[in-house]
Design a protein around this ligand. Structure first.
Ligand SMILES: Cc1ncc(C[n+]2csc(CCOP(=O)(O)OP(=O)(O)O)c2C)c(N)n1
Length: 553
């Protein structure tokens, strides 16, 4: 039976509605008009728009991060789609579901010197967990079944394999006709999750029980109260040590591990290392673990993805961290002093750095310490990928926000504003973004979004360009450092913020910083606090901190 040639698009929308898709971020375009109109003319799925595809994709990433559900992301054909790539790569490495719906020209026009026509099929394949091109027409039973099957496969893979998926959708003209309705719309395929396996095999139980020192290293992950509760139990065992990485959103572990690992402590080498989650930010920890490998390394990953960040993996355990630690929590506790040794090492660091932080002069590290004091347990915090995330690891008392996030999957300084904006639009928590001046300017198109979440509070640390290059070994000592690395620019951030209709405040010293933080807290609209700091001061503070950590004092 012949149907309308775009019947498969009506099916697509209907299927996504059945799956409970919450949001679609739409980038304006003509080839994508049938998709845009389909989403715009329904009310079940929330829609927003953003002109810059790179920003839109990061906004969708922020939304998916907050909801842990795929957000649909729609664009027109051509380079528009390529601009989704950075956020798609980030979602791939953070294992965040995302659904890219790109409009395409009919295949006949590819490579025929037609405008906005590039080779879109599989263009994101290396960084998606599923990628397919829908049939060009949906007017036969076979084509409808084919397209519907791909839509369902995409949805399930995005959530079961956890990652971005791409459906490329070639569309013929006319593009502005209303989509057909139908009385035989497809029914979505459902999924039964595998039942959890709670018993640890005997061989693993014995190895766990025999280990004298067990180190738990969780990489980046969303907050997980159930996992936190069960890990709280597990770390009552004095043989077990948890390292609290800011982005793993786990509390109750050793926080100063970055400073501890700087001194390459051989006596803290573990019998058993258990790791899970995505990236670990702590560089010194990674270096130390690679140099002082544990006798055994188990990686916990329900999807059994083989990642060996510390180059010592021996066992991949195919269950979720919650399942693993639930079974471990039931085992009898051992005895020993491994945890005590880490706590002593941390106490020694605290002893060194507490007077240092008490006497800090106004500069980036001071600003970060004040922000940490200001944040409450219900706040969400997003950190820029340059110095903000690094400084955070140095703080003696980092705050424990409800959710700490940085785009550490693979992103650089791109998409920082957009991710925070997308995230803030999906949560009720006050969402604080701390970013650098270059990162902020790089992603100003975040504010091309039709959404301006009132709970988003942005702190831009204006230290005159990429201050990171003045701190780290390598660029900091090159004669080209300022011109080719730090690249300071004379930018009026207050005017830029104003240009985008953002309320902005300025801080230049301790007092105005306190006032600015209070103003941001009180604000009922999305606003920006620019904090100006001196690069030279930042440099000397950072150097002094490094020397202190390495000293035997
Ligand atoms: C997309 C991208 N381009 C380039 C870089 C290289 N890079 C790393 S840090 C940095 C400067 C960041 O400056 P700013 O945002 O002001 O932060 P600060 O270093 O002052 O904390 C640059 C350009 C990157 N990480 N990502």
């Amino acid at each position: 039976m012949p149907y309308h040639d775009k019947q498969h698009l009506s099916d697509l929308l209907h299927l996504l509605q059945q799956y409970g898709l919450q949001e679609a971020v739409i980038c304006p375009g003509s080839r994508s008009a049938p998709l845009t109109l389909a989403f715009a003319r329904q009310s079940q799925i929330r829609t927003s728009t953003a002109v810059d595809e790179r920003a839109a994709a990061y906004i969708a990433l922020g939304k998916s991060l907050a909801s842990q559900q795929a957000t649909a992301l729609i664009c027109t054909s051509g380079t528009a789609l390529l601009n989704f790539a950075p956020a798609v790569a980030e979602a791939f490495y953070l294992r965040i579901p995302m659904l890219v719906l790109s409009a395409d020209r009919p295949a006949a026009w590819v490579d025929q010197l037609d405008g906005q026509t590039i080779r879109q099929d599989q263009i994101l394949a290396k960084h998606t967990v599923f990628s397919a091109t829908l049939p060009e027409r949906g007017d036969t039973d076979l084509d409808r079944w084919h397209a519907g099957r791909l839509v369902q496969e995409a949805w399930h893979k995005a959530h079961r394999l956890r990652g971005p998926v791409h459906l490329n959708i070639p569309l013929r003209e006319p593009l502005y006709e209303a989509l057909p309705s139908s009385n035989d719309l497809p029914k979505a395929l459902q999924w039964q999750a595998p039942l959890p396996q709670t018993q640890l095999p005997t061989a693993l139980r014995e190895r766990w029980l025999q280990a004298k020192s067990i180190l738990l290293v969780g990489g980046q992950q969303a907050p997980n109260a159930a996992l936190q509760a069960v890990i709280d139990q597990v770390i009552k065992d004095p043989r077990v040590v948890l390292l609290s990485e800011p982005v793993n959103n786990l509390q109750g572990g050793i926080e100063q591990h970055e400073a501890i690992c700087t001194t390459k402590p051989a006596h803290l080498q573990a019998d058993l290392l258990v790791s899970w989650g995505e990236q670990v930010v702590a560089k010194q920890l990674k270096i130390w673990l690679r140099g002082y490998p544990a006798a055994e390394h188990w990686r916990i990953d329900a999807d059994a993805q083989l990642a060996d960040p510390f180059r010592q993996l021996q066992l991949l355990v195919g269950v979720t961290p919650l399942e693993f630690f639930t079974s471990v929590a039931e085992l009898p506790m051992g005895s020993g002093d491994y945890q005590l040794h880490w706590k002593q090492a941390e106490a020694a660091i605290h002893h060194k750095i507490q007077p240092f932080f008490k006497d800090l002069v106004f500069g980036d590290l001071y600003v970060m310490a004040q922000i940490a004091k200001h944040l409450g347990p219900n706040d969400a915090l997003q950190l820029g990928n340059s110095t903000p995330i690094r400084y955070w690891q140095l703080l003696p008392q980092p705050a424990a926000p409800a959710w700490l996030h940085a785009n550490r999957g693979t992103s650089g300084i791109d998409g920082v504003n957009s991710t925070a904006l997308g995230f803030a639009s999906k949560v009720k928590n006050a969402t604080w973004l701390v970013t650098g001046d270059l990162s902020f300017v790089y992603d100003l198109n975040a504010f091309s979004s039709s959404e301006r979440p009132s709970n988003l509070k942005i702190i831009v640390i204006n230290n005159g360009g990429g201050d990171i290059f003045r701190l780290i070994d390598g660029p900091s000592t090159q004669p080209e450092r300022e011109t080719f690395f730090a690249t300071p620019r004379t930018i009026d951030l207050q005017a830029l913020a104003k240009g985008w209709g953002l309320t902005s405040y300025l801080a230049t010293d301790a007092l105005s910083l306190q006032q600015g933080l209070t103003q941001l807290r009180k604000s009922t609209e999305c606003c920006v606090l620019e904090v100006q700091t001196e690069p030279l001061t930042n440099q000397s503070v950072y150097k002094a901190y490094q020397q202190l950590i390495k000293s035997n004092a």
